[in-house]
Design a protein around this ligand. Structure first.
Ligand code: SF4
Length: 410
């Protein structure tokens, strides 16, 4: 895979060495067993795959290049480039300003944008409408566009499904930047609707079967369907695409469910299924698949707790948390500062959507076994610092340094 010019502050020689050695021993990525780091009183079980993906490294390289190539100019990011607060803060410290927040609310005065300004399009991509707004101001959005090629692949799939005469169902978080961008690109070709989860898939099924009054559709799916959408005529032929970072099992269950509903509604046989349901696989990206697969591999190991590291608005990280918390106490942390002490941890409660503090998060017995993974926008340097801090809290700093020396030895 292509290598990118990413600032060294995000790299970790320790983590890089682990990744390179694991990759060399398993080129086809078939082994999802974790890496075990024995530090005496601390046993770290590190996921086989985690951290910066292709799209994130590509975006970081382009964004930092935009800064060095445009000294003296005003540089804007359409919104958070990736969902990592540290990287976004570093870019802001270099003078980069945000035009919108992650929900699409404007943070700057767009009337003041001029053709001299630089606008970076984030890794999630953006909507055709916003691209046009920029072009109308004389700003070419493709100059510093960091849209991940795996997101563009979803747009291409949606276009193909639309051109073949199907309505596109996007399984994604309706307010997430990537899903808004996919919705925009899809609806340029075909009627499109976004569904968030199985609950909404079941609601949609009631309209497919004609069980609910058509008028209620527009309230039930407000803001999630394309202009002119008709629940009567636009739910007869469907194709499903996904936000690239959804939970693979959710996506599969929703696609299977909608297929079953369509089969029953139109009495389809396998040979006539294609008349009403597009034959297509999920559009999750490789990083989502790898990282979720590696979590399943990591969860096979006995452990006391899991630490999942990433931005609190990161979709892919939140799904890693979901998988871990089904099995053991799991703490969703942003960085090493969240490990406040050996007894107190600050972390994000996804269900309450708030940061919380938990006391006595470490068991009393030794060694403590901790599963560690991180989202696709989390720098390896942060992962190393979390492990180092944890080792320090458990009196295992010397053993931590020994493991670093062993892994980084030539
Ligand atoms: S998580 Fe996947 S789609 Fe998103 S930037 Fe990374 S590789 Fe691209």
């Amino acid at each position: 895979m292509k290598s990118f010019n990413v600032p060294q502050q995000y790299r970790s020689p320790f983590v890089t060495a682990i990744k390179i050695k694991r990759k060399a021993a398993d080129k086809m990525k078939k082994d999802v067993s974790p890496t075990r780091l024995d530090m005496g009183s601390l046993q770290v079980v590190l996921a086989r795959h985690f951290g910066f993906c292709y799209g994130v490294e590509n975006a970081i390289e382009i964004a930092f290049r935009a800064v060095t190539e445009n000294a003296g100019k005003r540089i804007f990011l359409l919104s958070e480039m990736i969902h990592n607060p540290g990287v976004n803060a570093d870019l802001q410290a270099l003078g980069v300003q945000f035009l919108m927040d992650t929900k699409g609310n404007r943070l700057a005065d767009w009337d003041e944008l001029t053709a001299d300004d630089i606008v970076i399009v984030p890794a999630f991509g953006t909507t055709l409408e916003l691209e046009q707004v920029l072009r109308d101001k004389g700003i070419e959005p493709s100059t510093y566009e960091t849209t991940c090629p795996f997101v563009e692949k979803v747009w291409n799939r949606a276009e193909k499904i639309g051109t073949d005469g199907y309505t596109v169902v996007v399984h994604g978080k309706p307010r997430h930047e990537e899903t808004r961008a996919t919705f925009s690109h899809s609806k340029a070709h075909t009627p499109t609707i976004v569904i968030n989860d199985m609950k909404e898939a079941r609601l949609l099924a009631e309209y497919i079967r004609g069980e609910r009054p058509e008028e209620e559709f527009f309230d039930d799916f407000a803001g999630q369907y394309s202009k002119g959408f008709s629940p009567k005529t636009d739910l007869q032929r469907l194709g499903v695409v996904n936000q690239t970072t959804m939970l693979a099992s959710d996506t599969q269950a929703i696609a299977d469910y909608l297929k079953m509903v369509i089969v029953e509604r139109y009495n389809l046989l396998p040979e006539t299924l294609h008349q009403h349901f597009a034959d297509t696989r999920d559009t999750l990206c490789y990083a989502t698949a790898d990282n979720q697969g590696a979590v399943y591999g990591m969860l096979d190991e006995p452990a006391d707790l899991a630490l999942v590291i990433g931005g609190y608005n990161s979709s892919n990280t939140s799904h890693l948390v979901e998988l871990c918390e089904q099995r053991l106490p799991t703490y969703y942390i942003e960085n090493e500062d969240c490990l406040r002490s050996g007894t107190s941890i600050s972390h994000f409660d996804m269900h309450r959507h708030e940061s919380v503090r938990t006391e006595d998060y470490l068991p009393k017995h030794r060694p403590v076994r901790v599963l560690v993974t991180a989202g696709a926008s989390c720098p390896d340097a942060v992962v190393e610092r979390v492990i180092e801090k944890l080792a320090g809290l458990l009196g295992a700093s010397a053993e931590f340094r020994n493991r670093v020396a062993e892994w980084t030895a030539a």
